[in-house]
Design a protein around this ligand. Structure first.
Ligand code: IMP
Length: 202
C-alpha cells in the first residue's frame, strides 16, 4: 500500500522512512513524486486542525491514504504560545535566530523553574475508506535563559532537555530522533497503521 507523507522536507522524509521501515506493506511516497500538488495553507487554531486539513486535502487530490503533521512549541508561562504560530512568531520573513531572540526577550523576567515548555507534533492519517486518526507526540523541557548549540533547527538552541541539562541543539540528530515529539508521534502513527493492516488481513 502506498502512503502519501505530506512533507517536502528531506530530513522529515528520511525520518518517516526510518520509523516505518518495519512496516513492509507500506511504501512511502511524497509530494515530490507528483506534479503540481498544492501546498495546503495552515490556518487552523490547533495542531490537529492543521494536520487533518493537510491530510484530507492530499487524500482527496490523490486518492491515496495520506499522512500529514503539524508541530510547534508550547510555553506554559505564555499560555501555550507560540503554538500553531511557531513558524511565524516574530513576523513573516523572520529567521529561526530572530524567533529565538524574540521568545527569550518575551520571557526575560520569567525565572528558571517557571519556564516549562514542550515540543508538540500532531500527525493526522486519512484513509480512503473515510477513517481519520490523529496522534500527538510531545517532548517536555524548559526554555533556556540563552541559546546554546549548533545542531537541529528552529527553537532547538533554546529548548533545555530535563535530564542532561543540554539544549536540543547540543545533542546529535540521531539522539534527537529517539526522543523528539516527531519521533514519538511517528511511532504512534506506525502502530496505528500496523494494527489496521493486521485487522484488514484477518
Ligand atoms: P512544522 O510543523 O514542522 O512546519 O514546524 C513548525 C515550527 O515549529 C517550525 O518552524 C519550528 O519553528 C517549530 N518546530 C517544530 N519542530 C521543531 C523541532 O524539532 N525543533 C525546533 N523547532 C521546531
Amino acid at each position: 500500500m502506498k502512503l502519501l507523507a505530506a512533507t517536502r522536507n528531506r530530513g522529515k522524509q528520511r525520518e518517516i522512512r526510518e520509523k516505518f521501515s518495519s512496516l513492509r506493506e507500506i511504501e512511502i511516497v511524497t509530494p515530490d513524486d507528483f506534479d503540481g500538488l498544492p501546498d495546503v495553507v495552515e490556518d487552523g487554531a490547533t495542531f490537529e486542525e492543521n494536520a487533518l486539513k493537510k491530510a484530507r486535502e492530499l487524500a482527496r487530490l490523490t486518492g491515496l491514504p495520506a499522512m500529514a503533521d503539524d508541530s510547534g512549541l508550547e510555553v506554559d508561562a505564555l499560555d501555550g504560545e507560540p503554538g500553531v504560530f511557531s513558524a511565524r512568531y516574530a513576523g513573516e520573513g523572520a529567521s529561526d535566530f530572530d524567533r529565538n531572540v524574540f521568545l527569550l526577550e518575551k520571557m526575560k523576567n520569567i525565572p528558571p523553574g517557571k519556564r516549562s515548555a514542550r515540543f508538540v507534533c500532531v500527525i493526522a492519517i486519512v484513509l480512503p475508506d473515510g477513517v481519520e486518526k490523529t496522534v500527538r507526540g510531545t517532548c517536555e523541557g524548559e526554555i533556556a535563559m540563552k541559546a546554546r548549540g549548533a545542531h537541529g533547527f528552529g527553537y532547538d538552541p533554546i529548548f533545555l532537555l530535563p535530564d542532561s541539562g543540554k539544549t536540543m541543539a547540543e545533542i546529535p540528530l540521531e539522539e534527537k530522533n529517539l526522543l523528539s515529539h516527531r519521533a514519538r508521534a511517528l511511532e504512534m502513527a506506525a502502530d496505528f497503521l500496523r494494527e489496521r493492516i493486521q485487522k484488514d488481513g484477518r
